[in-house]
Design a protein around this ligand. Structure first.
Ligand code: ADP
Ligand code: MG
Length: 228
């Protein structure tokens, strides 16, 4: 791990156990990701992309192996520790947008700031993001009053507004039509780079391969190939 690496994973394994059996989904992932890097994770459905992203985003805990993010041993954190870690250091963008339906656009953006005790300049920050996203006139709308593309733009802003070091995006264009998906990708790429953040994205979208810094493919529980 160089001083420029944000993420270092060694021998990461993840198994899911049911009452009768256990399935090993990741069987030894070694991975370094530099601060500011944009890495795409490919792999067929069921190959473990979401499982890997959930480990990197501290949503879930590896069965075995070491995971260091920003110098912190995330694999050693318990659930409460992971919640605090995520809140401060990670932003998520999901396929299904996952905005909170009972909160307006600006309230959705305010939530990660409040959770981090960053409410001092919250109004200005939120207004700045909505302006850059072309959503200034949608501030007081509820998610269901927005198109899918607009909801995902809000979700991108929500993932960045508290300035986490890592953005995790799990098939962020999966519910969008091609053109809208392209717009959201361009936005995610531009805003993440402007902010100097690290982006790890699972996707099926071939366009992403061109704009990413590195493409990883998961197969049989391992990272099969790496290209730059
Ligand atoms: P992908 O995102 O590449 O489609 P996933 O990481 O979602 O793949 O799933 C990989 C495998 O792990 C699948 O076989 C899936 O059924 C299994 N899996 C994922 N999450 C769970 C879970 N919470 N419990 C049990 N099995 C799971
Ligand atoms: Mg998935």
């Amino acid at each position: 791990m160089t001083s420029d690496d944000l993420i270092r994973a060694r021998g990461l394994r993840k198994s899911y156990a049911t009452a009768t059996s256990s399935q090993q989904v990741l069987s030894g992932i070694d991975l370094d990701i530099a601060a500011g890097e944009f890495v795409v994770v490919l792999g067929r459905s069921g190959s473990g992309k979401s499982t890997l992203l959930n480990l990197l985003g501290a949503m879930d805990r590896p069965t075995e192996g070491q995971l260091t993010i920003g110098g912190q041993r995330v694999d050693r954190l318990d659930e409460a520790g992971r919640t605090l870690f995520r809140r401060r250091h990670v932003g998520f963008v999901f396929q299904a947008f996952n905005l909170i339906p009972t909160l307006t656009v600006s309230e959705n953006l305010r939530l990660p700031l409040e959770l981090n005790g960053l409410d001092a300049d919250a109004d200005d920050r939120i207004a700045g993001y909505l302006e850059r996203l072309g959503l200034a006139d949608k501030t007081d709308r509820y998610p269901e009053q927005l198109s899918g593309g607009e909801q995902q733009r809000v979700a991108v802003a929500r993932a960045l507004v508290h300035e986490p070091s890592l953005l995790v995006a799990d098939e962020p264009t999966g519910n969008l039509d091609l053109e809208t998906g392209r717009e959201v990708l361009a936005l995610l790429d531009r805003m993440t780079r402007e902010a100097g953040k690290t982006l790890v994205m699972a996707t099926h979208s071939p366009e992403v391969i061109g704009i990413a810094d590195r493409v990883l493919t998961i197969r049989d529980g391992r990272i099969q190939a790496s290209s730059s």
